[in-house]
Write a protein that binds this ligand. Structure first.
Ligand SMILES: NC(=O)c1ccc[n+]([C@@H]2O[C@H](COP(=O)([O-])OP(=O)(O)OC[C@H]3O[C@@H](n4cnc5c(N)ncnc54)[C@H](OP(=O)(O)O)[C@@H]3O)[C@@H](O)[C@H]2O)c1
Length: 150
């Protein structure tokens, strides 16, 4: 890409990459890594004609959330079609470093610029906990059921 002076890279992060999220702590941390990596590469590679974009979707109607032990209908979030996410990504490519598709997702992603960083972490921890059974939480966290907080 550098030799040709053109190219494009799209990284897929997540809304959960914008703040720590309990219960899926490792996933959210890995998505924060991708976000930081992509933003840095955006600036680094821009002078070489290479477009780098990080897309951070919220809940999207794919096989991934369907396989997770969360009842997402209990959460105040909207589910997007993959096509909508892809369209938003392609229209941002070459113009921005990062894109969070959907207004509500955008608010969730950027709220910690205006409020203490830990508030969205607590909020999503509460929401995820409420959206799953105690048994699933014990299984996911690999903690005995009797040690799981209500
Ligand atoms: N869906 C959501 O709500 C949501 C929200 C935020 C972010 N994301 C992110 O979006 C990305 C795509 O997820 P998705 O929702 O589209 O899930 P998905 O429908 O389960 O698709 C995952 C894709 O990754 C491929 N894959 C898995 N392991 C791989 C490997 N080791 N090497 C190469 N390809 C591999 C799978 O290929 P095969 O089909 O061949 O197995 C599949 O095409 C993920 O990074 C996820 O974290 C998803």
């Amino acid at each position: 890409m550098v030799d040709e002076g053109k190219g494009a890279i799209v990284f897929i992060s997540s809304l959960f990459g914008y703040h720590g999220v309990p219960i899926v702590a490792n996933y959210s941390a890995s998505k924060a890594y991708i976000l930081a990596l992509g933003e840095a590469l955006h600036v680094e590679l821009d002078p070489m004609g290479i477009d780098v974009l990080v897309v951070s979707p919220g809940l999207t109607d794919t096989a991934m959330p369907a396989a997770m032990p969360f009842n997402f209908s209990k959460m105040p979030i909207t589910k997007h079609k993959p096509a909508k996410v892809a369209k938003a990504a392609l229209s941002a490519l070459g113009k921005k470093a990062s894109k969070v598709p959907g207004l509500l997702n955008w608010i969730y992603a950027f709220e910690n610029r205006f409020i203490p960083r830990l508030w969205p972490t607590r909020l999503f921890g509460f929401l995820l906990k409420r959206a799953m059974t105690q048994e699933d939480r014990a299984r996911l966290l690999n903690i005995p059921l009797k040690r799981i907080s209500k």
